[in-house]
Design a protein around this ligand. Structure first.
Ligand code: PHE
Length: 460
């Protein structure tokens, strides 16, 4: 199949033009705030090395097969996450997975764009002052007053959504592929530089020990399940992003290799983020279990004390912004592809409508941490926390569960094998293992994480 770049003609489907393009785009989606902002603090809160080991196990055993299932569904159907189920299982309710994916796009992007906006503010702050003269207290106060301000974070958030919309509007090949192919290698270089710098810090070895030395006494059921949840969020699985991207992968490409490369890249970057952060955290005596503030409050303190900190602070927040952008575009694309293919909108109209309606929810998220802090408490959480909770703890695991059940039990052995082996052209050597995972292992594991995150175990 040839690739087309003419996104304005809806009768011709846009697609990725090269293998590297697919990997850059899919890895771009996977690598994001989940790796650099969330992963290190979740590792920090869950005891370090033992968590990492379980996390890697889940990525390999469950993450790769689930990702492959998504690519397979998307490429087979050649449609968006909603249309794919309509086509592969007509006259059934499976299309509801697509509906959930669109809802998940709204919930994820609303809070994700808030944090993405922060990265721009911190990038500006880093280049203006390099955090010189800051203390732990002043950084905490700065962070709080920035959020309390309300309109400044909203400004950055809208700017970020504008950037996202611009890339998505430009199309799959001339937008998503073009930018991620350039941004992802840049991100890799930046994080390697930061990692090396961190490794050279005196006293940093303790950080490596924390990250890599497993202490099995720290493993509890909830740590195990936390690792599975982090793997889902980090790999971008469970909401149709990779079904949508899968539909742009050419028929001659190797889906299994793509799923493996993307998952390994995502894991490598999460580990590199840990290597960049923990040695520095230990070298400067800050608490590794700091939580969500690790990146925005703790790290500026580390940069403030570090030789060349000005340079590294700018690099780091640039890295964070890039990682976030290549993820936000993938989420927006789920909605845009749906509107273009199912509602027959032009790409421009679809992008404007989806980006602006998501931004509306996003602004509420941002304000819920500032001016509306006391007004907008739902289920005991801020609107921001609620969106985070609903997407990561409910929509993704539930969507992931349905996707593997669909692949294993509805598509079944023959259809899966045909698509994965490119109709018998490729060998698909681990196919039987893959089938076992999507039919049994993954649904059971996901059901467990889901039950745990809803605290149903406690209720038993
Ligand atoms: N994987 C992204 C990250 O780690 C977040 C994401 C989740 C993106 C789900 C798309 C879908 O930041």
């Amino acid at each position: 199949m040839t690739s087309f770049s003419n996104s304005s003609d809806s009768s011709i489907r846009d697609s990725f033009g090269s293998k590297l393009g697919i990997i850059a785009a899919a890895a771009g989606s996977a690598v994001g705030l989940g790796n650099i902002w969330r992963f290190p603090y979740v590792v920090g809160e869950n005891g370090g090395g033992a968590f990492l080991l379980i996390y890697i196990g889940f990525v390999l055993l469950i993450g790769v097969p689930v990702m492959l299932a998504e690519f397979t569904i998307g490429r087979k159907a050649q449609l968006n996450a909603f249309g794919a189920f309509r086509k592969l299982a007509p006259k059934s309710l499976w299309f509801l997975i697509g509906v959930m994916g669109i809802i998940a796009a709204f919930t994820i992007l609303s809070f994700y764009s808030t944090v993405s906006g922060w990265t721009l503010q911190y990038l500006l702050e880093a280049s203006k002052t390099g955090f010189v003269g800051s203390t732990n207290e002043s950084l905490q106060t700065d962070f709080n007053s920035f959020m309390a301000n309300g309109w400044l974070p909203v400004f950055w958030q809208l700017l970020f959504m504008g950037l996202t919309a611009f890339v998505v509007y430009s199309g799959v090949k001339n937008g998503i592929e073009k930018y991620t192919k350039f941004l992802m290698p840049l991100l890799l270089i930046i994080i390697i530089v930061l990692g090396i710098n961190s490794l050279l810090l005196p006293g940093g070895a303790k950080g490596l020990e924390f990250l890599f030395k497993p202490d099995f006494s720290k493993i509890t059921m909830s740590v195990v399940l936390e690792a599975l949840g982090q793997a889902f969020f980090s790999l971008s699985i469970g909401m149709g992003v990779l079904i949508t991207y899968g539909s742009y992968i050419q028929k001659s490409d190797n889906l299994s290799n793509t799923a493996i490369s993307v998952s390994l890249t995502d894991t490598l970057i999460a580990i590199l983020a840990g290597v960049a952060i923990f040695p520095a955290v230990f070298a400067f005596n800050v608490n590794p279990g700091e939580g969500p503030g690790l990146v925005f409050i703790t790290l500026p303190l580390v940069f403030e004390q570090m030789t060349g900190g000005y340079f590294f602070a700018i690099l780091f927040f640039l890295l964070l912004a890039i990682a976030a952008l290549t993820s936000t575009i993938s989420v927006l694309e789920v909605v845009v592809a749906y509107l273009v293919e199912e509602k027959k909108m032009t790409r421009l109209k679809a992008t404007i409508i989806s980006a602006s309606s998501i931004s509306l929810v996003g602004v509420i998220c941002t304000l819920s941490l500032g001016p509306l802090k006391n007004e907008l408490i739902l289920f005991g959480m801020s609107f921001f926390d609620l969106m985070d909770y609903v997407s990561a703890n409910i929509l993704l695991p539930f969507g992931g569960f349905l996707i593997v059940v669909f692949a294993g039990w509805v598509l079944g052995r023959n259809q899966l094998h045909n698509e994965i082996s490119n109709n018998g052209v490729l060998k698909a050597s681990l196919f039987n293992f893959f089938l076992f995972v999507v039919k049994y292992l993954a649904p059971i594991a996901i059901a467990l994480v889901f039950i745990n995150q809803l605290n149903l175990f406690d209720a038993l």
